[in-house]
Design a binder for this molecule. Structure first.
Ligand code: SAM
Length: 414
């Protein structure tokens, strides 16, 4: 009844035999200590009233539970470089759970999206493609405790066979194997969903801050158009904005003023934009000509997971602002150009234009003069005690995403 398959077509053939048994039953009826533990962890992460200490503890407990149950011996620490970006190693992917605000908000957004899709497609098992599930498939595991196998069916996809094997073991041990339709070894940037089946929901978290290095953009471009009409992409929107900031003023003491000049939005990655040429258009922006200070240019990432569930700046390693240090400090009136840089698998390359490097080549019409960008998801005024990362950001900035996550979790004190 439980197979790990290498492609969907193989699965479809098996389905006609006894592959899939959908039993209508209660969402989850734990029978072992571990199953009860998973249900409790999921409830804490999904509860919007959980405080930061509870979320952090729940995410760590989730990670520990998965490690213990998966009996993972030789952890692969090697990432796979794909044409579309870097697929982080199974070892690093496992640790993403510990980025607790990310895990909690993705879970809440996913649950809300499933309930929305259920209203649109009553009585239908909701088909969910989890692209880049990693070894613990945490979003699918936790969500599966909230719905019956007759209500939701996950297809778990990853580029690493080791991750699929571990995820399969976890689902089986935790009594949730009926929630999984298939395990698919494939590149999500090229994978084709079988046309015979409606694809209701795609969830993927294959990104770093500012959509750097990992293949979220390419995966979205491939999978979003394959959703059925009325289907939902999670995250619903990922916004990257250029903002002039002074790091020392990001967390002002009482009475101090934050220094921020939003230059504009570089990218909104969503279902509509996935197929638009505008997604990859270069942006040219100018700092105010009357700016007295010398700020840096930072890229802010805001993730609207679904509806009102938003991951704001500083809440997660994914939304920690990225300082464009190579640009140096930005002077009044300087023009910045942001462009896709697929060669280095970075979404945004940036440069300051001046007379020497060719300002004359920029048409005056292409320059977006300073005006505050429309902030769809206003970041609450930052309170240092509420953000995941503590202390100076600069020493973490050149490190990989996973290091960021670990530092953030360990650095938290209630
Ligand atoms: C950031 S981890 C997320 C792990 C897990 N989904 C979570 O939310 O904690 C990204 C995962 O996506 C996988 N991945 C990245 N790019 C991929 C691609 N193009 N195709 C399939 N899997 C990919 C990686 O192998 C890794 O397991």
């Amino acid at each position: 009844m439980f197979y790990v398959v290498n492609n969907h077509h193989e699965l479809d053939e098996r389905k006609s035999t006894n592959y899939l048994v959908l039993e209508r039953k209660m969402p989850y009826e734990p029978i072992s200590t571990e199953q009860t533990k998973l249900q409790e962890i999921a409830a804490q992460l999904l509860d919007p009233a959980s405080d930061i200490a509870t979320l952090s503890a729940a995410a760590n407990a989730f990670y520990d539970l998965c490690v213990a149950l998966s009996d993972w011996k030789d952890r692969t620490q090697k990432a796979t470089q794909l044409a579309s970006g870097k697929a982080i190693s199974p070892e690093d992917a496992a640790r993403c759970i510990q980025d607790f605000m990310r895990t909690a908000k993705f879970l809440r957004g996913l649950e809300a999206a499933i309930r929305t899709v259920q209203i649109r497609f009553p009585g239908t098992p909701i088909q969910i493609l989890y692209a880049g599930c990693g070894p613990f498939a945490p979003l699918a595991l936790a969500i599966s405790t909230r719905f019956s196998a007759a209500e939701i069916q996950f297809t778990l996809l990853d580029i690493h066979q080791e991750s699929l094997d571990l995820a399969a073991r976890l689902f089986q041990t935790l009594g949730l194997e009926n929630h999984v339709k298939a395990f698919v070894l494939s590149d999500a940037a090229t994978y084709q969903w079988p046309t015979a089946l409606p694809l209701h929901l795609v969830v993927s978290e294959t990104m770093q801050r500012a959509l750097d290095k990992e293949p979220q953009v390419a995966i979205t471009q491939n999978l979003a158009p394959q959703l059925c009409e009325g289907g939902i992409l999670i995250p619903e929107n990922i916004r990257v904005e250029a903002v002039l900031c002074i790091a020392a003023k990001e967390f002002p003491e009482a009475g101090g003023e934050q220094f921020r000049i939003p230059l504009g939005v570089l990218m909104d990655l969503n279902q509509d934009m996935a197929t638009s040429e505008l997604l990859t258009t270069a942006a040219v922006m100018q700092a105010p000509t009357d700016m007295a200070e010398l700020p840096h240019c930072l890229l802010f990432t805001t993730i609207k997971v679904f509806d009102g569930v938003v991951l704001n700046a500083y809440e997660s390693g994914l939304t920690y602002p990225m300082t464009l240090y190579p640009l140096g400090k930005i002077k009044a009136g300087e023009i910045l150009e942001f462009r896709m840089n697929w060669a280095q698998r970075r979404v945004f390359g940036a440069s300051v234009w001046n007379k020497k490097n060719g300002i004359d080549r920029i048409s005056p019409n292409s320059v977006r003069h300073y005006k505050p960008s429309t902030n769809l998801y206003p970041t609450p005024r930052i309170d240092k005690n509420r953000c995941g990362f503590r202390g100076s950001s600069s020493k973490y900035l050149r490190k990989e995403r996973i290091k960021l996550s670990i530092v953030r979790v360990e650095g938290y004190t209630s």
